[in-house]
Write a protein that binds this ligand. Structure first.
Ligand SMILES: NCc1[nH]cc(CCC(=O)O)c1CC(=O)O
Ligand SMILES: [Mg+2]
Length: 334
């Protein structure tokens, strides 16, 4: 901190001078939000030429692959650099051993191939976790009511490799098992996928804000218990830094904090502590709150969403996964 200059206080100093006109406000703005800061999460369903609304996420739809290609094409035209794919898996794709997770022909891998063929310059981030594929809805394999760590990692490797084979650009393990980043990095490198990036959901909290997502992917009804034995306790901040440090040592190219808004302090600490690409996930429950208030006329969606995204940037986020991405991109175009 610099020392205040003599006589620099009011009335000589008037903070409002720089706010007096639009052009000065633009000159002194510290944070700039751009379309390059957005990742759009999308839900994929089986079938042809169908789209479904998600009741708890007004404005969000699930798409069959053919319509997804169109929707992602629009996002590409808007300048959004990357999409995050989440498959909606029916009961026939769920099992104790989550075997469908690494099936080269599963919905996820077919969607990756279709998108890469149609829109090669769009980045694709693939979620790596078992929750769409397990009968109990957990992100890992379960035995005697416990989520197994090392056995799950073996399966996550296969899932990540199947996505890389399909052409995914970024694999994003969202499962919170220990040691999975190193295991996946070694497997990718050992099979010719040295350029496949890993975005680690490094600090993922056991949050109440995921429930609309679990509706959207139809895993909520299946989930037994909660995820507190692997996802983080919202009370902890230092622990997030340890998680990030480990995932970086293990080879993560980017790290993610999730959810977003209640954890802006974590984003700031991660960015200051490690100076690495740091993403935030503005999750389904945060989106639902915003939409619900806007639909009631209680706040202005357009203004609120720009303020929120700017806050993410100010906190140190390099990119935000947000269901609002297309809206934000359009608003930024003016
Ligand atoms: N691997 C699970 C996963 N991947 C993305 C989300 C939530 C995303 C959102 O709420 O928008 C979750 C939820 C969970 O942990 O149950
Ligand atoms: Mg970890």
């Amino acid at each position: 901190m610099t020392k205040p200059l003599p006589h620099a206080a009011f009335p000589r100093t008037r903070m409002r001078r720089n706010r007096a006109d639009g052009w000065t406000r633009r000159l002194v703005a510290e944070t700039t939000l751009s379309v390059d800061d957005l990742i759009w999460p999308v839900f994929v369903i089986e079938g042809q030429n169908r789209r479904e609304a998600v009741a708890s996420m007004p404005g969000v739809e699930r798409f069959t692959i053919d319509l997804l290609v169109d929707a992602v094409g629009e996002a590409n035209n808007l300048g959004i650099p990357c999409v995050a794919l989440f498959p909606v898996v029916g009961s026939d794709g769920k099992s104790e051993d989550a075997a469908a997770a690494w099936d080269p022909e599963n919905l996820m891998n077919r969607a990756i191939r279709a998108l890469k063929a149609a829109i090669p310059d769009m980045g694709i981030l693939g979620d790596v976790a078992l929750d769409p594929y397990t009968t109990h809805g957990h992100d890992g394999l379960m035995r005697d009511g416990r989520i197994l760590n090392d056995e799950t990692v073996e399966v996550l490797i296969r899932q990540a490799l199947s996505q890389a084979e399909a052409g995914v650009d970024i694999v994003a393990p969202s499962d919170m098992m220990d040691g999975r980043i190193a295991a996946i990095r070694d497997a990718l490198d050992g099979s010719g996928h040295q350029l496949a990036r890993i975005c680690s959901y490094a600090a993922k909290y056991a949050s109440a804000f995921y429930s609309p997502f679990r509706d959207a992917v139809n895993s909520g009804g299946f989930l037994k218990g909660d995820k507190r034995t692997y996802q983080m306790d919202p009370a902890n901040g230092d622990e997030a830094l340890r998680e990030v440090a480990l995932d970086l040592q293990e080879g993560a190219d980017m790290v993610m904090v999730k959810p977003g808004l209640p954890y802006l302090d974590i984003i700031r600490r991660v960015k200051d502590g490690f100076s690495v690409p740091t993403f935030a996930y503005h999750v389904s429950g945060e989106y639902a709150m915003l939409r619900a208030a806007a639909l009631n006329g209680w706040l202005d969606y357009d203004k609120a969403v720009i303020e929120l995204m700017t806050a993410f940037k100010r906190a140190g986020t390099d990119a935000v996964l947000t269901y609002t991405a297309k809206d934000v991109a359009r608003l930024l175009r003016g």
